[in-house]
Design a protein around this ligand. Sequence first.
Ligand code: NAD
Length: 477
Amino acid sequence: MTLHANLIDGEWVKGEAIPNINPSNTNDIVGEYARASTADAEQAIAAATAAFPAWSRSTPLERHAVLRKASDEILARKEELGTLLSREEGKTLAEGIGETIRAAQVFDFFAGEALRLTGETVPSVRPNIGIEMTRHPVGVVGIITPWNFPIAIPAWKIAPALCYGNTVVFKPADLVPGCSWAIVDILQRAGLPKGVLNLVMGQGAVVGQVILDSAAVNAITFTGSVSTGKRVAAASVEHMRKFQLEMGGKNPLVVLDDADLDTAVECAANGAFFSTGQRCTASSRLVVTEGIHDAFVAALTKRLEGLVVDDALKEGTHIGPVVDQNQFDQDLSYVQIGKSEGATLAFGGETLERDNPGFYMQPALFTECSNAMRICREEIFGPVASVIKVKDYDEALAVANDTSFGLSSGICTQSLKHATHYKANAEAGMVMVNLPTAGVDFHVPFGGSKGSSYGPREQGRYAAEFYTTVRTAYTSA
Ligand code: NAD
């Protein structure tokens, strides 16, 4: 089996071979990937540091050309890369290809942004002085990503980092190195000078920690759990460096009496269970007013009965497996926790046997939940959702906001008054009306409030806030 090596200073560097295992079939090894050592990570940081002066002065057209080529190749290989994604992470092939197209769109967007770099000039309050405000790259950016969006999240961090003239040390999640290796290979062949983008696959506690502890890393962009995010924050404050965190969610979907029932059920089924519920924007709390509650639960349960849980690559599969044994155990343990807390398991929650050995779980729907229960407060990150019955809109809003997270918040209603009020008062970075809480565009800001995010927004033009530093220059005529 070919060993996929790390990329350090333009060279492919081998290391201990780690198998990448398919969660739909644990007998299937997707590939072997080299685990970087501490020394590899240090060399990668040194290479990015050395490459920064020249890359920071590269022309917009050079950056545009690399990002544009990468976008074209990712798009041309969408079936192959989408299959790799589904094989290593377990989301369905349609979702895998969709995410691959998304990555291509992100590179395309930032290829365009490279040609649209601007500054501002303003008159001074003093006579005969001009002021220019210009954006400059931050330096060496450490990129640390989670396993649940193996190509889109690396894309939406690497593309802006390179677009604005930074160099990169990239550590993908240990569980899903395949797509990350593929896009680094594509970018390198697209013409990046050596050392501008370095790939160090491996364990967070080893490789990730080197990035956190290095004084030479000028900024870290991180997506993952709250606990690791706190480590990134503490280490970054120690070095007085810029950092950006995208973390967990416990996203509510409010369903009001006046909602269109089909729309509400579709939003809940999609938001809570597609991608096996392994989305930071998943609707894990369904906050439903009492007039529509019973009809909603009945219709959602019927919808869940029709969903096929099976091999991610199999035609007809709606929900793939859970990503690995640890996450599987965690999901199943939360089903037990929900039962022991007194919630009613209205549907699913059991393990499923399929043709291949894999981590198959029937989506779980709890009813009779209170927002104080652990299943309603802690991020489960699996196909488990809880229905919380409330009296009216005011109680729904209060319950929706009663969480330490604030990533995405949704409402299904036909009332303009309630939709408008919700958009203004939901405590979240993203608010959805008659749409699932998951599923966003690539050209607008992404991020949350409270315990979900820290620092500037990702994606779209707002990405410049993190990947550049503003300089204000005064000139006396
Ligand atoms: P995780 O925190 O375990 O790992 C994330 C990354 O951090 C991995 O690459 C990991 O190797 C690395 N890491 C772990 N320990 C480290 C250390 N000591 N130093 C440096 N790096 C370290 O998270 P995960 O299990 O991969 O992902 C799931 C989490 O990600 C969930 O909480 C989910 O909500 C969150 N997530 C958030 C968003 C968002 O945009 N808000 C998007 C996707 C996933």
